[in-house]
Design a protein around this ligand. Structure first.
Ligand SMILES: Cc1cc2nc3c(=O)[nH]c(=O)nc-3n(C[C@H](O)[C@H](O)[C@H](O)COP(=O)(O)O)c2cc1C
Length: 235
């Protein structure tokens, strides 16, 4: 890698207690290389191993489903929603470590943009039901639909999250982090990044006992009084 002139970029870095060999990071990019059941594929291992060989310090995986297949945001997404995924995740990590890079899983549960829910006919989890004009706007361009198998956009339905849904989602993120830590205890000094796919498509009045604020308000996606809840993130 020709980095001689970029001395700072090439110098060792650190994120918290995680030492990095330089300052180059591959941002989260879901490439859809996992097996249809969410397990890690050989192609995916080869892909991330090549990135590590290239000399980057840290690779962040694409969105990795904590509730997979629910909340999945693209076909071929990687899953961390069950202990049975741990062996594949471990192999992927070992392949990256073999070339001196670190690996971080982007823990994720899609909501209003969950492609897998849309095409499976599952209601989309939302903090508040989108206004009709927002809900009618197709979230994909024709090329994206073609990449999903040439299918036309299905009719989608929405589900306003209840307190129980939120508690379940928090547990799913915690379980995903626990699975990542199980690998870490065995071999991997990586730290997972917590990430949510909650987005607001519009404003509407809350219709139940949800603890969330109104969509669009500061902190709207965080349970009040719970500093350990999921943080709002980008899709
Ligand atoms: C093919 C592709 C897949 C992506 N998948 C994710 C993803 O799974 N999670 C995420 O947070 N960002 C995702 N992103 C966004 C990138 O991580 C990055 O933030 C974005 O490309 C902006 O960086 P850039 O300006 O250098 O392109 C994706 C981007 C691309 C091009």
């Amino acid at each position: 890698m020709a980095v001689a002139v970029h001395t700072h970029l090439a110098s060792p870095g650190r994120i918290g207690s995680l030492p990095l060999r330089n300052r180059m990071v591959v941002t989260a990019m879901g490439v859809g290389y996992s097996n249809p059941d969410g397990t890690v594929s050989e192609r995916q291992i080869a892909y991330h191993a090549e990135q590590a060989k290239g000399g980057v310090a840290l690779i962040i995986t694409g969105a990795t489903g904590v509730a997979f297949p629910a909340g999945g945001v693209f076909p071929g997404q990687m899953a961390i929603s069950d202990d049975r995924y741990i062996p594949g995740l471990s192999r992927l990590t070992e392949a990256v470590h073999a070339h001196g890079a670190k690996l971080a899983f982007q823990l994720h549960r899609g909501a209003a943009q969950s492609v897998l829910d849309m095409f499976a006919g599952r209601p989309l989890f939302v903090p508040s039901t989108p206004l009709p004009e927002k809900a009618a706007a197709p979230p994909f361009v024709a090329e994206e639909l073609a990449a999903m198998g040439g299918r036309t956009m299905p009719q989608v339905t929405f589900h306003e999250m209840t307190l129980q849904d939120i508690q379940l989602m928090v547990r799913q993120y915690a379980d995903g982090a626990r699975r990542a830590r199980e690998r870490r205890r065995r071999r991997d000094p990586r730290r997972p990044r917590l990430y949510t796919g909650l987005v607001s498509l519009g404003r509407s009045e809350p219709s139940d006992g949800r603890l969330w604020g109104r969509a669009g308000e500061q902190g709207a996606f965080r349970p009040r009084g719970d500093r350990g809840g999921p943080r709002r993130g980008r899709e």
